[in-house]
Design a protein around this ligand. Sequence first.
Ligand code: HEC
Length: 142
Amino acid sequence: MKTPVQNTIIASALATLLFSCSKPETTPIPQAVPYSEQQVVQPQSVEKVPEVSASNDGSKHEGLKLIEGTDCLTCHKIDSKLIGPSYQEVAAKYTDADLDMLAQKIIDGGKGNWGEIPMTPHTGLSKENARQMVKYILSLKK
Ligand code: HEC
C-alpha cells in the first residue's frame, strides 16, 4: 500500500520530469550576417513532391494514368496474371512494332493470343489514348 507521502514524492518526481522535458532548447547563436542581407526574404519553394517517386523519373507515365482511369486493372496486374496476362508478360512478348495492333486490340477486344478468355472491347477509347496505354505497358519490358 502507498502512503500519501510516497504519492507526493511520485507526483513531484513526475512534475520535475515533465518540466525538464518541456524546457525549450537553447537557441544557437545566430551567425553574424550583415543586417541588409538578413532583410532579404527568400521565397519558399512550394513545389509538390510527386506521390510516386519509386525508381522512375518522378512523373507518372501518361499511359499509366489512363489505365488507372478505366477498367483495365480489374483484369490486368502489372506483375501477375489475373483474368488477362500481366502487363510484364505482354511487354516481354511484343515490341514497339506491335504498338498499333495492340492499341486496336484494346479498342476492339478479343481473344486468342493468351487463351480463350476474351478481353472486353473499349469502344469509347481513342486510338491515341490506347497507344499511350500500350507505350506504358511496353515500357515495363525488362
Ligand atoms: C474483362 C477483362 C479485361 C479488361 C477489362 C481488360 N483486359 Fe486486356 N486482356 C484481357 C484478356 C483476357 C486478354 C488476353 C486476350 C487474348 O488472349 O488475346 C487481354 C489482353 C490484353 C493485351 C495483350 C493483347 C494481345 O493480343 O496480346 C493488352 C495490351 C491489354 N489486354 C491491355 C488492356 C488495357 C490497356 C485495358 C484497359 C483499357 C484492358 N486490357 C482491359 C482481359 C481484359
